[in-house]
Design a binder for this molecule. Structure first.
Ligand code: NDP
Length: 284
């Protein structure tokens, strides 16, 4: 039976370190502040923004939410981001995805000043991740690395397989694992024979958004399995949230596994706050 990597508990411990850093920044006369931009009417986004706002308040970080209509123009959004870039009271800017369909995420995110890009999604910060320069890196992959640290003394040399290659999770995660000296395999929707490749993984991470896709046939005995997926399903008339992994089957085989909920999700929000502080420290 696997060890459960409880992201909620790990995040709660991490909050204590974040609170110390909040105190340090405030003593320097800086009030850490994050702007949360939520454009459109995606119900999951509204929920995530509310969680971020709540955690910021708990940790002593100021958050300002910009709720924009579904038909917000590119021009309006660009001007808002530019005004936040120029506002020295705002240290961090988050553009919640998905954006309404008429807006191009890449084009809009690149308007964010890389020095305020709290989720490390601008082309500049993603490039720095590739070249190994210090920068702000995406929150979900940082949270996953932290979770791995709780079960592995050293991940160097381990074979990590990442399913999914989005710029927000899969790609930066694969790069961070490579920077940590793992041997990394990146899989996606064109990959063939996923179970056979995944079965060679010491660390298997699924970030595809397909409910209960990863079963026992994907998992090597003794592997560490991290489930990033957040999927809403309906079973017997009841709606519930599940990951990409068949948790009950896989936990019998894996050495360690993260659940959904209370896995990667809380770590992502914690790292949003940690990155906000890293950006605020630059103003001290
Ligand atoms: P995207 O839709 O942007 O990317 C999904 C990736 O999965 C793509 O690279 C796609 O391949 C790949 N993929 C899809 N289907 C398959 C398949 N059958 N076999 C192999 N690869 C496949 O999603 P995100 O990266 O934004 O998010 C992934 C999941 O993680 C979602 O459930 C999301 O809700 C969750 N998430 C959770 C977070 C958390 O904090 N817990 C944070 C962010 C996301 P291709 O590139 O070829 O299309």
């Amino acid at each position: 039976m696997a060890h459960i990597i409880n992201g909620k508990e790990i995040a709660e411990k991490f909050y204590e370190q974040i609170k110390v850093r909040v105190g340090e920044v405030r003593r320097q006369g800086v009030e850490p502040c994050i702007a949360l931009i939520n454009a459109g009417d995606d119900p999951a986004s509204a929920l995530y923004i509310a969680k971020k706002e709540k955690l910021a308040a708990y940790l002593g970080i100021t958050s300002i939410v910009y709720k924009l209509d579904n038909d917000v123009s590119e021009n309006y959004l660009s001007e808002l981001i530019n005004s936040l870039n120029n506002n020295n009271k705002v240290h961090a800017i988050l553009l919640q995805s998905p954006l309404p369909k008429h807006l191009q995420f890449r084009k809009i995110v690149d308007i964010i000043d890389p020095n305020k890009d709290v989720d490390g999604l601008t082309t500049t910060n993603q490039g720095k991740l590739l070249t190994g320069e210090p920068a702000i890196f995406p929150c979900t992959p940082l949270g996953i690395l932290h979770m791995l640290d709780t079960v592995h003394q050293n991940i160097a040399g381990l074979h990590a397989v990442v399913i999914g290659r989005s710029t927000i999770v899969g790609r930066p995660l694969a790069q961070l694992l490579l920077n940590a000296n793992c041997s990394v395999t990146s899989l996606h929707s064109y990959s063939r024979d996923l179970p056979a490749i995944c079965k060679t993984a010491d660390i298997l991470i699924s970030a595809i958004g397909k409910p209960l896709f990863v079963g026992r046939e994907f998992v090597k005995s003794g592997a560490t399995v991290i489930d990033v997926g957040i999927n809403r399903i309906e079973k017997d008339g009841i709606k519930k949230t599940v990951g990409d992994v068949k948790f009950d089957d896989v936990k019998e085989l894996a050495a360690a596994i993260s659940p959904v909920p209370n896995g990667v999700g809380p770590m992502t929000v914690a790292y949003l706050m940690s990155n906000t502080l890293s950006l605020a420290f630059r103003c001290c």
